[in-house]
Design a protein around this ligand. Sequence first.
Ligand SMILES: [Zn+2]
Length: 114
Amino acid sequence: MKRHIKLRTYPTPRDFCPHCGHEMDAASSFHRAEDGPGGPPQPGHLSVCIECMAFLRWHVDAPGRPMMLVPLPSFEGLPLDAVNRLLELRAALKLAKAYGPPTRQGAGKKEVKH
Ligand SMILES: [Zn+2]
């Protein structure tokens, strides 16, 4: 079954990955069409660092404070679907890093002109 994944990028408070220090000021949301329109990250949402692929969580220390990224120490207590999505996202990011983004001809394929 073909799955439709939407990708949208939203500005976020400037922050640094707690694992590798990579600076981030935006987050991309990968969600399925059946999940609704999606939106910017909210406290409690999960994320993956695009640089080191660490699993992260958006967190707010206190009301009125900006969101920040904190490490996600384990998958304990997370719904299986959320864990699966994190693993899929990290796998897709690793492939994109190794082989470049997918093309219209398909991921990993190169157009050959004769
Ligand atoms: Zn990182």
